[in-house]
Design a protein around this ligand. Structure first.
Ligand code: ADP
Ligand code: ZN
Length: 732
């Protein structure tokens, strides 16, 4: 037999399929092959009788790497779809389908020694055979008799190392190795979750969803309307029918909350897939899904590739979240991938959000998605009242601080009453900086076109893009001046100010810097949930769906920060963020308040967000998109060129731009825009960055995309990488 193999060669820009011979292999299997005189891993993607490869060049497959088929036929066809849809290389796509650590054989199953009684039937007999003063040994035997097989490490910790060894030598105790599953967040136990009886609104939602098992649903439910219970009920039904499910949540922040609820309901049938896990945990969880031990996959974006068969439902919570669009290679849109997998499996999809993305809502309006609305909060708890504060007028009366008088007042009240507050700083982008007061010099990263951020905890400057650290400046390298001005306030500074204002109150901070380790996210949130602090300060990380009953105040310190970004998604994002953070307030009995500080208090986005008027916002924004020719009315395509040699980048860019300009000439009606330029982030991680931006109408999209992809394939310079992005979330 001839097998078509994708060889895992990372540096290569070519996307080629190589033929090997062999017998008895299966499509989807990982194999070891000889490639350019080196042994390489590969994946079989096809089998055939003939090859064009000359017989003397046709090499045999060396052996298979696993005793199972790593990639199912369904996932292979997804790979083919993604390759064409997003212009990706096979090797990069296939990598999404298996845990990274399986490649290169870097992970092993975890096995440990366990001990048990050789003859567990006669405790008295064994004890009689031991000396009366061998107390530890006697205790150990009794323990094993009562508890059965136990890990050796635990026995040694409890009874001392000698006891177990002595008993083993006497033949009373035997040991063997068992394979252990590494369970992520095993401390997250399913304690506090209770199963609610569905309220009528939830019941209707579940009924609608289950009425068509291949339906495509958009669940638009305000924050606190009980969407989670709807998801869980749908999953429960599917699992009872013998199907499997995938549940996606935006990113690490939300996982512990959702994981707890899923474990409560489904126990070990739940497996967690996300990048924050340890190597071993991720492998074990993947394997549990693969071999059918676990039937529900939960995780961030990459969990959409869970190795499940017979999928009944794919649920995407907070479907508007930007993290569902992968913005590095391989680039793809998770919602689109979800729809493809659902089609293949005959599964239903539920996209849920309090603030659906404009394109999803537009699809619902057009009937491509079935809209389900849950407009009320559980028990009709009122939505929080939002008070907008004009920061310009605060400045006019002499308050130059970052807290308005109103917010200070509300904070004091909240703290006095023993309630909790969340303060939200919308620090998107990389614009905090250190500037010389004399010559205007700004400290920048040497590898990226990004200004550095001051970190007080270790008195260092850090590049928030690549993570590189620099010593703090004592004088300006340009003019020698000793004084600097710091731009833009950060979360750290807010915490310091709060400590001055409320010396006796505990304050927690959550942002990218305090959540670098795997479990720190969960720890900070758990600690806040338990009431160990009264105020939590954070970036958009804290905006996502956590349920903190004691939070009665939410403060948005810089409500317009993201409004002024230049991309077309800025307003939508701001609306979503403010609605989401506002939803954190007053989820329990007390009515919540939100204080929204801004310099543009009359902006429609903020006004409508304050009223939590999603439909009003949708109507306004969708009209603007249509008038301006933006998605969902057209497709924005960015072709990104990056490389360490600037001239090479410009050469490839110029050549390909000319070819695309020709396509435009032939199809001028379909093009709304075409131009080439430097990226706003001109250089990152030592690479120069350029882009071609185009806007194309939807009607002829696929044919045009194929022609554009063909142009991109024409790049012959190894020093330049070319990537295509469709409707990118981020144009930096
Ligand atoms: P959403 O995801 O829509 O923001 P949640 O699913 O977090 O809302 O639900 C909000 C709160 O209401 C949670 O504390 C949840 O436990 C509670 N809840 C959900 N469904 C019910 C129900 N049927 N009866 C009582 N309480 C419920
Ligand atoms: Zn950098």
């Amino acid at each position: 037999m001839i097998y078509s193999v994708i060889v895992d060669i990372s540096a290569s820009e070519v996307d080629r399929i190589f033929d090997y011979k062999g017998e008895g292999y299966e499509v989807g299997q990982r194999v070891l092959v000889d490639f350019a005189n080196r042994q390489k891993e590969g994946i079989i993607i096809g089998v055939k009788n003939k090859t064009t490869c000359p017989p003397n060049k046709l090499k045999p497959i060396i052996r298979s790497l696993d005793d199972f088929t790593a990639i199912s036929p369904e996932l292979l066809s997804l790979g083919e779809f993604m390759r064409q849809e997003y212009h990706l290389r096979y090797a990069d796509v296939l990598r999404l389908f298996i845990p990274a650590e399986m490649r290169g054989n870097r992970v092993k199953s975890l096995s440990k020694k366990q001990a048990y009684l050789a003859d567990g039937s006669d405790l008295v007999g064994i004890l009689d055979s031991l000396k009366p003063n061998a107390v530890k040994q006697r205790d150990l035997v009794t323990f094993l008799y009562n508890n059965g097989a136990t890990l050796a490490e635990r026995l040694n910790a409890e009874f001392g190392n000698g006891a177990l060894r002595a008993l083993e030598e006497k033949g009373i105790v035997k040991t063997n190795d068992i394979v252990l599953r590494r369970t992520p967040y095993s401390d997250i136990k399913a304690t506090e979750s209770v199963k609610h009886n569905l309220l009528p609104m939830q019941q209707r939602a579940v009924q609608t969803i289950l009425s068509d098992r291949q339906g495509r649903y958009l669940l638009h439910g305000v924050t606190g309307s009980g969407k989670t219970e709807v998801y869980l009920t749908v999953i429960e039904q599917m699992v009872s029918e013998g199907k499997t499910c995938i549940m996606l949540v935006p990113e690490i922040a939300l996982t512990p909350y959702m994981l707890r609820q899923l474990r409560a309901r489904f126990g070990d049938a739940v497996a967690l897939l996300h990048s924050g896990l340890s190597v071993g945990e991720r492998y074990d969880e993947w394997l549990r899904l693969k071999n059918g031990e676990a039937r529900i996959a939960i995780g961030a974006r990459s969990a959409i590739f869970a190795p499940l068969d017979n999928i009944g439902a794919i649920i995407v919570d907070e479907e508007h979240d930007g993290s569902y669009i992968s913005d590095f290679n391989p680039r793809y849109d998770t919602l689109n991938v979800a729809a493809f997998r659902a089609n293949q499996n005959g599964a239903l999809t539920v996209f849920g959000s309090a603030t659906p993305s404009l394109s999803s809502y537009y699809s619902a309006v057009n009937g491509e998605l079935t809209l389900i609305e849950m407009p009320d909060r559980i028990n009709r708890r009122p939505l929080p009242t939002v008070e907008i504060v004009d920061m310009a007028s605060e400045t006019r009366i002499g308050n130059k601080g970052i807290f308005s008088r109103l917010l200070k007042e509300r904070l004091a009240e909240t703290v006095d009453r023993g309630n909790q507050a969340m303060l939200f700083l919308n620090r998107r982008g990389f614009s905090s900086f250190l500037m010389c007061t004399k010559c205007g010099y700004v400290a920048k990263c040497s590898d990226c076109d990004v200004s550095l951020t001051v970190h007080r905890e270790d008195n260092m400057l850090k590049c928030h893009y690549c993570g590189k650290k620099y010593y703090m400046l004592s004088k300006c390298p340009n003019c020698g001046e000793l004084s600097f001005r710091q731009g833009r306030i950060g979360t750290q500074q807010v915490v310091d100010l709060l400590k001055e204002m409320f010396p006796h109150v505990n304050v927690l901070r959550m942002d990218a810097d305090t959540t670098q380790t795997k479990e720190s996210h969960g720890k900070i949130l758990e600690s806040f949930r338990k009431g160990e602090a009264q105020i939590l300060v954070g970036t958009q990380m804290i905006a996502k769906g956590h349920d903190f009953p004691k939070v009665t105040l939410v403060g948005v310190l810089d409500g317009d920060q993201s409004l002024h970004h230049s991309d077309y998604l800025a307003t939508e994002r701001t609306f979503q963020l403010i609605t989401q953070v506002a939803g954190r307030s007053g989820r329990d009995a007390d009515v919540g308040t939100v204080v929204l500080q801004t310099y543009t208090p009359t902006h429609y986005c903020l006004q409508l967000a304050a009223k939590q008027d999603y439909k009003g916002f949708y109507k306004r924004e969708i009209a603007l998109r249509e008038a301006g020719g933006f998605p969902p009315f057209c497709e924005i395509v960015r072709i990104l060129y990056q490389g360490e040699k600037e001239k090479d980048c410009i050469d490839v860019l110029t050549e390909q731009f000319a070819q695309i300009a020709n396509i435009k000439t032939d199809n001028s009606d379909d093009f709304l825009y075409l131009d080439k330029m430097r990226c706003p982030l001109k250089r990152a991680e030592k690479k120069y960055r350029f882009q071609i931006l185009l806007k194309i109408k939807r009607n002829n999209l696929n044919a045009l995309l194929q022609r554009i992809y063909y142009v991109c394939d024409g790049n012959r310079k190894k020093s330049v990488q070319v990537f295509v992005e469709r409707n990118p979330q981020n144009l930096s």
